[in-house]
Write a protein that binds this ligand. Sequence first.
Ligand code: NI
Length: 178
Amino acid sequence: MAYLPRMTRPILLFPDPRLRKTCAPVGRITPEIEALAADMLATMYSAPGVGLAAPQVGVLSRLFVMDCNKDPDAPREPVVMVDPEVVSASEVLNAYEEGCLSFPDQYAEVTRPVEVRMRWTGLDGKLHERDFDGLWATCAQHELDHLNGRLFIDHIGPMKRQMIARRMTKMKRELARA
Ligand code: NI
C-alpha cells in the first residue's frame, strides 16, 4: 500500500458522535499503527497542541500521542501510548486550565491527580511504565479519557459545559456555511 508518511489528518470537532465512543484495544503494532502515530504527531505539532487521541482523527483505537515540552527551542519529546492505562494516581490533585484540539479556543479549569503512573505499549511493541507529573500528567489523563469517550467538559460544572457546547455547535454551523 502506498502511504505518505507524516500526513496531517483533519481533527474532528465537538460535537461528533465518534468523540463519544469507547475505543478498541490495538494489540499488535502494525505498519498501519506506526503510520497512524506518525500522522497524529504531525497533526498535533502543526495544530499546535500538546496531545492528540486517535478518535480525534476518527480512528476508534486505543492510542494517543503527546509532547508537553512547550519550550520551542528544546528538542521534541514525542510520546506514543498504545493501549495505555493508569497504574496509580496521586491523592494530591492539581487544577489546570485545559483545552482540546476538538474544542478550538475553549478552555476550562479541570482538577485531576497531580501525578500518575502510566503503563502502555510503545511502537517498539514493548510494555513501558513511567511516572508523569505536571502538564504531562494532566495531558496523559485527558488523552486517556478520549479513548473512553470522555471529554474535558465532562469534568466541569453544567453551566460552563453547556456554554462551551453551545459555542462549539455555533462554531461548527458557521464553519459548515463558510
Ligand atoms: Ni482533547
